[in-house]
Design a protein around this ligand. Structure first.
Ligand code: 8YV
Length: 320
């Protein structure tokens, strides 16, 4: 019988996923469940046939192009692949797959949650209550904003952006607008804006659904924030690198915009100290896909991509 491929799973995954990997591969789990260092990743590249990495594994060219590389596939557990140098993988002849689709609904749920929390000052309210500072009901207490009838601007009209738009339209009664490189033919009554600046100036809530990486770095910057309404809210469940956090903290603390709901940060797990100081920022620790159903589906997706690859087929979610 042929030897099973050697697989490294870099973080602990749902039990059912790990059990499946254990049947199909000669698998090592990262029992300590901590991010691997560049040296550990370099060594792993020479010892395994496949790696199932996550966003906490920084797979730059310095890791991928290690001499004596044995890995032939990086089956990423996650949709975003900005932590992997795709050009280096291409040069090294290493396949890269991801887990799109299966996390769209969970991430859109979280975008809506952040929108509602930010507009209704839910984080501030809970902090006040837990600190024993709530003095009782009064008409002027922690008054927020209603979202019904307001306009949501979606930046990046892909699967997660559309799922967020659907929730905001059907569940909350918001109007939808979007910015993307091309106008979508099937956008229904969503209004298209050919520039981010025009969208940002027009909407009440701006929600980001674009990939990370050099192309989108700091696309939300002081210039974009300066054209937004003073009542507007910004939501990010995509990648922290898309927002200049220092500029956002300034806009929040000066009242240039009303609030923000963030799930992702420029230097995770660090959060800019000026953002932490903003009462009008709802800050979650990258929970977009964190439901057991979604994490299991993501694992099954990585497993299907690995299985196809080792069967000599083209994996469904091939990125490289
Ligand atoms: C994942 C995400 O949990 O899939 C993504 O791109 O941002 C998250 O929801 C994370 O990337 C796991 O690697």
């Amino acid at each position: 019988m042929q030897n099973k491929p050697r697989l490294l799973v870099t973080r602990r995954l749902p039990e059912t996923v790990e059990a499946l990997f254990q049947i199909q591969y000669d698998v090592d789990l990262n029992e300590m469940d901590r991010p691997l260092t560049a040296d550990e990743l370099r060594q792993a590249m020479t010892e395994y046939d496949a790696i199932c990495p996550t966003i906490t594994d920084k797979l730059g060219a310095d890791v991928i192009e290690v001499p004596g590389c044995r890995v032939s596939i990086l089956a990423n557990f996650g949709a975003g692949v900005d932590h992997i140098d795709l050009e280096a993988a291409k040069r090294a002849g290493i396949a890269v797959t991801n887990t799109p689709d299966v996390l769209s609904e969970a991430t859109a749920d979280l975008a809506l949650l952040l929108m509602l929390m930010a507009s209704r000052r839910a984080g501030e309210g809970e902090r006040e209550l837990r600190a024993g500072k709530w003095t009782g009901w009064r008409p002027s207490h922690m008054v927020g904003q209603s979202l019904a009838g307001k306009k949501l601007g979606i930046v990046g009209f892909g699967r997660i952006g559309r799922a967020t738009a659907q929730r905001a339209r059907d569940g909350v009664g918001m109007k939808i607008a979007y910015y993307s490189r091309r106008e979508a033919e099937d956008a229904g009554d969503a209004q298209y804006f050919p520039t981010l600046k025009a969208l940002a100036a027009d909407v009440d809530v701006l929600s980001l659904h674009i990939p990370g990486g050099a192309d989108t770095r700091h696309i939300i910057n002081a210039e974009i924030l300066s054209v937004m309404k003073s009542t507007s809210i910004i939501v990010n469940t995509a990648r922290g690198s898309s927002i200049d956090e220092k500029a956002l903290a300034k806009a929040l603390s000066s009242g240039k915009i009303a609030a923000a709901g963030l799930d992702v940060y420029e230097q995770e797990p660090a959060v800019h100290s000026e953002l932490l100081a903003c009462e009008n920022a709802v800050l979650l620790p990258h929970l977009g896909s964190a439901t057991i159903e979604t994490r299991t589906a993501m694992g099954m997706c990585s497993a299907a991509n690995l299985e196809a690859f080792f069967a000599g087929k083209v994996p469904k979610d091939k990125v490289v």
